[in-house]
Design a binder for this molecule. Sequence first.
Ligand code: SF4
Length: 379
Amino acid sequence: MVQLRHLLIKKQMKLTSIQWANDTVNPHMGCAGCELFPSAAKFLTAIGNLLGELGIRINVRGLYSRLINEYYNRIACPQLGHRNALTTTNIWHLRNKFAAVISRLHGRPAGRRVLEVIEKTLVCYAAKLHLNRGANILEPLRKRNVGYAPTFEQLTRFPGRMQKAAQWEDLRECNDADKPWLKGLPRLIFVSDMGDSFSSKGQFDYIEKEMAAVSSENGQRHLWLWLSKRPHHMRSFSERIGGFPPNVCVMTTLTGPDTLQRVDELRKVNASSRGLSIEPLWERIPPESLDLTGINWVIVGGESGSRKAARPFEVAWAEELREHCRKHGVAFFLKQLGRNPVEKGKMLQLKNNHGGDWSEWPKRLRVREFPAYFRQYRG
Ligand code: SF4
């Protein structure tokens, strides 16, 4: 009987391949961007810097604007998401056209280098899905997936998704053979993997309404892992509502020492538990610079993506952060080694293309822990 129930629950599970959660839910799709989805201005600077290094003088902004204008004006009937503007989405979609002009004027190697820079600069997985499924001025007749934002930059509300998620089955008694480390935990729902609800303070009224699902009788059975790269907005929101409910773990992302200020902001969020997702880790974070006061959980991972574009991930960076967590009694979770893991100067060859299958790792690296609070908060 118990087995049958587990089978039924498994069938209903809206599984995510993300190792540290059971499911994901997105009250918003889209985002105002971050270092993984830079603004158009940052893209243009990166391209301009490269061309400068190659000794090519060109008005990058002017050339891109002309291309966008040309393709936009070909659309007979522009739809939601088609914009005649210098946006990151348009820069991405027209990257081959732009590179073709550079190749024609300055040779193919220069065009190739431009493409490489553009593809290396845009890393956000959620954005890439939007770029493939949202509006594209190059393919104006392509059907847009209505479950997505029209373009990634357009933060779009999807009311009711949290309410539905609250009704999902309780998983505390369920054992998922694919993720044995989740055993005995409540259902872990990753909120906002396809955008950032806290992109703007203008969303607070809406978020507050959606949050009712989290505190509802059904919602309290689950633990909601809410991630944002704008913990300062989370902080303001938590002050407005008198603190997040006890079944929300607030989280932020670090990619290297430049983003450490987010930890200080996260500490100020009024919440019962806090987590750091240090993924993709692009640059070593010296453990002594990572203050873990008030932090319950640390997730670490290397960058996914193509072999060419993903930055190398030194396994030693994860190991020293693991030891740092042990010293401070913080749960540590090694999510993945990334596309290009390096150990003692040698590239590790793994079958799993983002290095997320821990059966391929040396035993000492297989650490996937959760804060004790996650098991205890329900009593
Ligand atoms: S969804 Fe997250 S990773 Fe992607 S651009 Fe927004 S903040 Fe950055």
